[in-house]
Design a protein around this ligand. Structure first.
Ligand SMILES: [Zn+2]
Length: 204
């Protein structure tokens, strides 16, 4: 990758290789990062999962802030004055640089791209509702007293909530696993937090 191709990925729509080897058009990486900063994923699950969305947003915001600070600092080093424009315009001026600065900024932008991709590809963790497991009846396990149950409701390809028929859940206390219609009890329990799980297992 050259500096100009790095900048192209950051600020323009670009072709990228998908998991299956095909090439797809991707949004500019800085636009994808901004979307991750503004994401409300995980904040609308009816009482749980707030931490999931906040963790992803704060990681994205930290990287966006760092990139802006890095870019301004590098410009100051290179040009000897403070840059008075937006990040996109600054990066456009970099793509025509030659020589040592070009090589140096290529390494800087490589690092940004790695950070952005790691954040965007971070697998969203499951939600851990604190409910009793219907198999072993335990609620917590281990010395840290972590909740037994986990519920993975993400479509990891699209980073959206998956259709409930695709959800999977399990108990880290006894190792039980559930999927699809077997999860009716859990969906009912999480929609009616004041009702004991045993009383809603028949709800579909
Ligand atoms: Zn269990």
């Amino acid at each position: 990758m050259t500096l100009s191709s790095n900048i192209h990925q950051l600020i323009n729509e670009h072709m990228t290789q998908a998991d299956d080897g095909s090439f797809v058009l991707a949004a500019p990486l800085l636009v994808q990062l901004r979307a991750a900063c503004a994401s409300t994923h995980g904040n609308h699950t009816g009482g749980g999962g707030q931490g999931v969305g906040l963790a992803i947003n704060s990681a994205a915001i930290a990287i966006e802030t760092r990139i802006q600070q890095d870019a301004l600092a590098e410009h100051y080093e290179h040009a000897g004055n403070e840059y008075q424009g937006n990040l996109i315009d600054l990066l456009k001026t970099w793509s025509t640089l030659q020589g040592e600065w070009s090589t140096y900024l290529e390494a800087v932008t490589n690092e940004w791209i790695t950070l952005i991709k790691e954040t965007l590809e971070q697998r969203r963790p499951p939600w851990r509702p604190t409910l009793n497991c219907p198999a072993c009846n335990g609620r917590f396990h281990g010395p840290e007293r972590e909740p037994n149950l986990w519920l993975d409701y993400w479509d990891h390809n699209n980073e959206q909530m998956a259709h409930p028929s695709k959800w999977t859940a399990g108990c880290d206390g006894c190792g039980a696993n559930w999927e699809g219609d077997e999860l009716n009890w859990l969906r009912a329990a999480t929609n009616t937090p004041n009702t004991p799980v045993a009383q809603v297992t028949q709800v579909s």
